[in-house]
Design a protein around this ligand. Structure first.
Ligand SMILES: Nc1nc2c(c(=O)[nH]1)N[C@H]1C(S)=C(S)[C@@H](COP(=O)(O)OP(=O)(O)OC[C@H]3O[C@@H](n4cnc5c(=O)[nH]c(N)nc54)[C@H](O)[C@@H]3O)O[C@H]1N2
Ligand SMILES: Nc1nc2c(c(=O)[nH]1)N[C@H]1C(S)=C(S)[C@@H](COP(=O)(O)OP(=O)(O)OC[C@H]3O[C@@H](n4cnc5c(=O)[nH]c(N)nc54)[C@H](O)[C@@H]3O)O[C@H]1N2
Ligand code: SF4
Ligand SMILES: [Mo]
Length: 708
């Protein structure tokens, strides 16, 4: 403890707010009304007493000199970062007057919200503004940044199942870590994998990069970006032609096996080798080992979906466990989204019934085009409200986003903790509380514990939680539906279906005492959710031939579209898994495939401007193979320009054979204002959707790299 002797300290139970699978239970030490440290709860079975480099110094963020503590109004040109302090009253007056004016001139669809998962709290996170914007009649913002393509693929194949309990991984004997840099992005799962490895499990990493996780694995298979579908299909080819399927499991718990067997005949290991760059013999070995070692486990990272064929790749991977009967065993199957185990009351959060049927939908990947007028939207977007997101960093076509945000006739409101690159373009900036200053309750997409975040300190300055922000806005707009006056405590009570079996024995009161609780599920030593099938698909089986794909075609699952509670049908989709190759090829003249995974020390763009995290992360850099560097005259540590037809950015070059030839890696998260030329990796990424769920294709990007 760092408190002085005469000030007694208390410990408040909280939860890390970030969009991270680990959802750590935090203990906040408070002395004299001031938070002095955060640490991981040592009793939490997944947190195990440790947070991470992104969050260990969270109090520095809370009390940072850059914290926004009052509403601001712009005084300089857009993007200049010049603002003056104003009162909340003035801010709310101006916002509501401008929203009303926009609606009067063009109709309410001229207003567009932009939000994502700056905080993952059920109260202050994804859906906090949805009732307000639905009631307003604003353009509906489709938010398919993360796992939307995978969720569509899972829904088609195994249903919205939570999948394997991550804590069961200690029982696995074969673990495939497929496109997940776990020791950076899912740190608290690694000890379970490492424990399995100590007990004799083989850990295989499939990733174009030999990163810190790959170096800890028993076998690293460097794969060409965007070709995972080819590998999974060829694995099925081997498993079926060599008779390695679990016949009884396939008979009792799957549909479409004969068609699948026929389909994968064409996907030989030799063919897949040409697509993936992995030797055919290695593909055979992988398939055989996976099919014959029990329990066999696959952990898919989000990165698989960020390519033209990402959806079908996830679909093919999701077929594998049923084919070999991996689901029979504790520690066998697929770790999907534990999120689905939480009985979240999405309807009570979003209030989709407040939306006007037929309201137009704009996907956020098109933000730049929507704002610059390139989409030809009618009505145009003339008012924008950004909260829980930092599109200048996370959105593709960065130069277009900047150009759009620079429009003098666009009225922009941004709510955030600090003046982000996006907030610099705002007309009005609003100060948001951090997790230590607000009540919230958290699900997890990486384990089965619900966590209550009790506020540890009073809000700093005039900062407010997002819940309060929207209460204030709704009151000013004269919205009088009961959902607009709910207190945070009432929202917690509504957030979950507390009578659901998963919540048995858990109440808000019990969480106030314990901070967190495991959902009422069998223990991780016993839990084999699909040992007897029971998949939440229309047939109750793993659907090799997907009835949803056959009937509904492509769709976005409800979670990812603000205000909508329904599956949104898209185009027709072949109901059998198939290979969709990367969209961008060397034929474009740009020969290098750029992928942009997560930064180790930043959480998306969060913490991206904190001194300690910037030191750990180092200056923004692109990793390139020695052969590619030599051919282009690029020295290690020199500045390079990474470019294509969409744009360019300047970063340091790191020459390393950790990346395969032909692949370059530049993580997302650095702030444009901290780089050489004010641009970052999303300057070159496309807005184009992947094959399923309107997922992004951030990593289906071709570039060239040149010394500067
Ligand atoms: N440190 C840190 N942790 C985070 C985050 C963060 O920003 N920083 N963000 C959180 C969020 S929002 C998310 S969605 C998760 C994502 O976490 P992950 O699922 O781990 O996703 P990424 O880091 O994007 O990419 C993981 C790996 O996929 C590889 N990869 C890229 N393209 C391909 C491909 O085509 N095939 C294969 N097989 N591999 C490929 C990359 O090289 C990278 O090593 O992390 C969460 N945790
Ligand atoms: N090239 C490339 N782009 C990517 C990705 C990639 O891998 N490559 N990954 C994509 C993925 S997986 C994701 S999840 C998205 C993430 O996209 P975002 O969710 O937009 O991620 P963040 O950068 O963390 O932005 C969140 C912002 O919300 C603010 N915030 C945090 N808490 C609060 C709060 O309580 N109230 C308010 N008002 N604001 C708050 C933070 O300070 C931060 O500025 O990025 C996507 N973009
Ligand atoms: S960012 Fe993830 S690993 Fe770090 S403290 Fe938060 S939940 Fe834990
Ligand atoms: Mo994400």
């Amino acid at each position: 403890m760092t408190a002085t002797e005469d000030v007694p300290t208390t410990t408040v139970r909280g939860a890390c707010p970030h969009d991270c699978p680990d959802t750590c239970a935090m203990l906040v030490t408070v002395a004299g009304g001031r938070a002095i440290e955060v640490r991981g709860d040592p009793d939490h079975p997944v947190t195990r007493g440790g947070l991470c480099v992104k969050v260990n110094n969270y109090v520095d963020k809370v009390y940072g000199a850059d914290r926004l503590l009052h509403p601001l109004r712009r005084t300089g040109p857009k993007g200049s970062g010049r603002f003056e302090r104003i009162s909340w009253d003035d801010a709310l007056d101006e916002i509501t007057a401008r929203f009303r004016a926009a609606a009067a001139e063009h109709g309410p669809e001229a207003i567009m919200p932009v939000s994502y998962l700056g905080t993952e709290g059920v109260l202050n996170g994804l859906n906090v503004g949805d009732p307000f914007f639905n009631r307003l009649g604003a353009t509906i913002s489709e938010r398919t940044y993360c796992d939307s393509g995978a969720c569509t693929a899972y829904t088609m194949t195994i249903g919205a199942t939570a999948g394997v309990d991550p804590e069961s991984l200690v029982h696995s004997r074969y673990i495939i870590v497929w496109a997940c840099n776990m020791t950076s992005t899912n740190l608290h799962l690694w000890p379970f994998v490492a424990e399995a490895q100590r007990r004799g499990a083989k850990v295989v990493v499939i990733d174009p990069v030999r990163h810190r996780t790959a170096k800890l694995a028993d076998w690293h298979l460097p794969i060409r970006p965007g070709s995972d579908g080819a590998l999974a299909l060829a694995m099925m080819h081997v498993i079926i032609t060599e008779g390695l399927t679990d016949e009884a499991y396939v008979r009792d718990h799957t549909v479409g096996f004969p068609e699948l067997a026929e389909r994968v005949r064409r996907y030989t290991p030799e063919w897949a080798s040409g697509e993936t760059g992995i030797a055919a013999e290695d593909i055979r070995t992988l398939a055989r080992e996976y099919a014959t070692t029990r329990p066999a486990m696959i952990r898919i990272g989000v990165a698989v979906e960020r390519h033209a064929g990402g959806g079908q790749a996830v679909r093919s991977i999701a077929c594998l466990p049923a084919l070999v009967g991996a689901w029979r065993h504790v520690g066998g199957g697929l770790l999907q989204l534990p999120l689905w185990a939480f009985p979240v009351n999405w309807g009570a959060l979003m209030h989709p019934e407040l939306a006007t049927p037929g309201t137009r939908v704009v996907n956020q990947f098109l933000l730049g085009r929507a704002l610059t007028g390139e989409l030809g939207l009618d009505p145009p977007i003339t008012a924008l409200m950004v909260y829980n997101s930092n599109p200048m960093v996370v959105c593709p076509e960065q130069a277009k986003v900047a150009a759009g945000l620079s429009r003098e006739d666009l009225f922009t409101v941004v709510s955030d903790h600090v003046l982000t690159d996006t907030a610099r373009y705002a007309d009005i900036v609003l100060p948001a509380t951090t997790q230590l200053e607000q009540l919230d309750i958290m699900f997890s997409w990486g384990h089965f514990y619900v966590t209550l975040n009790t506020p540890a300190i009073a809000p700093l300055g005039e900062a407010v939680p997002n819940t309060e922000l929207f209460r204030r806005l709704a009151a000013r707009m004269g919205f009088d539906e009961p959902c607009f006056t709910r207190t945070d405590e009432e929202m917690v009570a509504e957030a979950f279906d507390w009578t659901a079996p998963a919540m048995a024995g858990i109440t808000v009161d019990s969480l106030r005492r314990t901070g967190w609780a495991r959902l009422n599920l069998p223990s991780a030593d016993e839990y084999a959710p699909h040992a007897e099938g029971g998949f939440p698909t229309p047939s109750g089986r793993t659907e090799f031939r997907s009835s949803l794909a056959a009937e509904a075609g492509n769709f976005v699952v409800p979670l990812f579209r603000q205000g909508s509670n329904e599956y949104q049908p898209g185009g027709a989709v072949d109901p059998l898994p198939h290979y969709v190759p990367p969209r961008e090829t060397a034929d474009s003249g740009y020969r290098l495939n750029l992928i942009s995974p997560k930064s180790h020390a930043f959480l998306n763009s969060s913490a991206g401007d904190q001194a300690h995290q910037k030191r750990v992360q180092g200056e923004a850099a692109v990793s390139i193979h020695p052969l590619d560097a030599e051919e282009r005259g690029i020295p290690d540590g020199g500045y390079v320009r990474v470019f294509n037809d969409r744009g360019s950015f300047v970063v340091l070059a790191r020459v390393t054979d950790d990346v395969a030839p032909g692949v370059v890696v530049c993580p997302v998260g650095a702030w444009p204002k901290n780089t050489k030329d004010g641009a970052t990796v999303n300057a070159v990424t496309p807005f184009v959707f992947a094959d399923l769920g309107n997922a992004p294709t951030f990593s289906d990007t071709r570039v060239e790299v040149a010394p500067v």
